[in-house]
Design a protein around this ligand. Structure first.
Ligand code: ZN
Length: 431
């Protein structure tokens, strides 16, 4: 039996590379798949017939990835241990007719994805990345990871009220980035992306493109005890879950569960899509895995009944300047360890027995655990946990890492929390 994996600060260093390499959900799943390939996992196509062999496998669909490891000797009714997360983050996304501009400025027409802190996108050097769809039906990733665009804020001299009344942004008029000077011509942006990608003119017939901050993640604080970076909600969890799954597979020492990573797209706008948690993707993959191993519907029902999902997403650390917005006795701290997220109205799926499951994993990993609950006067956020529980009838526990500046273009967390989370996740997967 191999020694249990222990993640340390090297895991947080690696998270910084993962964040930088993953400006979009499509890139995030490609980055996760690359790491799983190195750990011996192999992609299976949804359109192929599946074999019931043991080993690591994964399915990619758009911005979602489902990966699982079938241990030697797994039975058709062997239950799953799932870590759920999401790959998408709020940002500015390119409209179907992107070329716009005024008064000699070239601009890109954008739509707002999810609920970003809009002010955090102002005066920031932005790159452009996403997925190009080509004439032959194939897709390819594109990442212009240099200063290309910027949403310039209005000078204070032209808006004296901003200091007293706060910044007011009109989502249609005030957020269109500039990307140069000159006359606006239809097709300019896509022609530019074709050139950058070495594609012939007219090859790109569809696209899913979004902006990202080009600033690298960095340690912060007197003793570098903090980490600042983009998309930690929720690539921090995707990264930790990928590492935990690879570690559980590598240490396979008679696993009594099938460990699974389920990273979905579209959490930030409600999860209802073919790659979102409110679609059939996860259930279909789990069922096919049972049937490929010769299982019946009875085996599928037994496997699902014994399955537990940890839904990992970011939560709110207590903010030193706004402590009154938090519950007075629940104050998650940075570097205080993962948080259990509780809401009795099922905005989070955690109940008392779920708490016990996660507390046991943290205890086994030697990791401290904290609790998050909303102030009764504040509406509580939600995540994929309740959706997964309701859609698949799977026992689910909402957990995560406490951060500041959630939904900012650059968020902030403790430098230890990513590896404390990963240690708890691998302990959970190993049962
Ligand atoms: Zn999230």
């Amino acid at each position: 039996m191999s020694a249990p994996t222990r993640f340390d600060r090297g895991h947080t260093d690696d998270l910084m590379s993962f964040l930088a390499a993953s400006p979009t959900p499509y890139h995030a799943v490609a980055t996760a798949a690359e790491r799983l390939e190195k750990a011996g996992f192999r992609q299976v196509a949804e359109t192929d017939a599946w074999e019931g062999t043991s080993g690591g496998k994964y399915v990619l669909r758009g911005g979602a990835i489902i990966a699982w490891y079938v241990p030697e000797g797994a039975e058709p009714h062997t239950p799953f241990r799932i870590i759920g997360a999401h790959t998408d983050s709020p940002n500015l996304r390119v409209k179907p007719l992107p070329d716009t501009g005024a008064h000699g400025w070239r601009q890109v027409a954008v739509e707002i994805y999810g609920g970003p802190l809009l002010n955090s996108w102002l005066d920031r050097d932005l790159g452009l990345a996403g997925r190009l769809s080509l004439r032959d039906g194939s897709t390819r990733l594109v990442n212009i990871d240099r200063a290309l665009l910027r949403v310039p804020q209005l000078a204070i001299h032209l808006d004296r009220s901003v200091s007293n009344d706060g910044l007011k942004l009109d989502k249609q008029r005030h957020l269109q980035p500039v990307w140069g000077l000159g006359d606006t011509r239809d097709g300019d942006l896509i022609t530019f992306l074709e050139e950058e990608s070495g594609l012939p003119a007219g090859e790109v017939t569809g696209w899913d493109l979004m902006t990202h901050s080009i600033e690298r993640p960095s340690y912060l604080g007197r003793d570098k005890e903090l980490l600042a970076g983009p998309r930690m909600d929720n690539l921090l969890s995707v990264h930790a879950a990928t590492a935990a799954l690879a570690a559980a597979a590598a240490a396979d020492s008679g696993l009594s569960y099938i460990p699974v990573l389920a990273a979905f797209d579209h959490e930030e706008n409600g999860s209802q899509s073919d790659t979102g948690a409110d679609g059939p993707l996860l259930g279909s993959v789990l069922e096919r895995s049972v049937f490929a191993r010769g299982g019946s519907y009875e085996d599928r029902a037994r496997a699902f009944a014994g399955t537990i999902c940890l839904s990992s997403d970011t939560g709110h650390a207590v903010h030193p300047n706004y402590a009154e917005r938090h519950d007075p006795t629940h104050h998650p701290r940075a570097n205080g360890g993962p948080i259990l997220k509780v809401n009795v109205n099922n905005r989070y799926a955690t109940d008392g027995s779920g708490r016990a499951v996660f507390a046991a994993a943290c205890d086994k990993a030697g990791v401290p655990v904290q609790s998050f609950v909303s102030n009764n006067s504040m509406p509580c956020g939600t995540t994929i946990g309740p959706i997964t529980a309701a859609r698949h009838g799977i026992k689910t526990v909402d957990i995560g890492v406490a951060i500041l500046s959630m939904h900012s273009a650059r968020e902030l967390c403790g430098s230890d929390d990513p590896f404390l989370l990963a240690n708890a996740l691998v302990a959970f997967l190993e049962g």
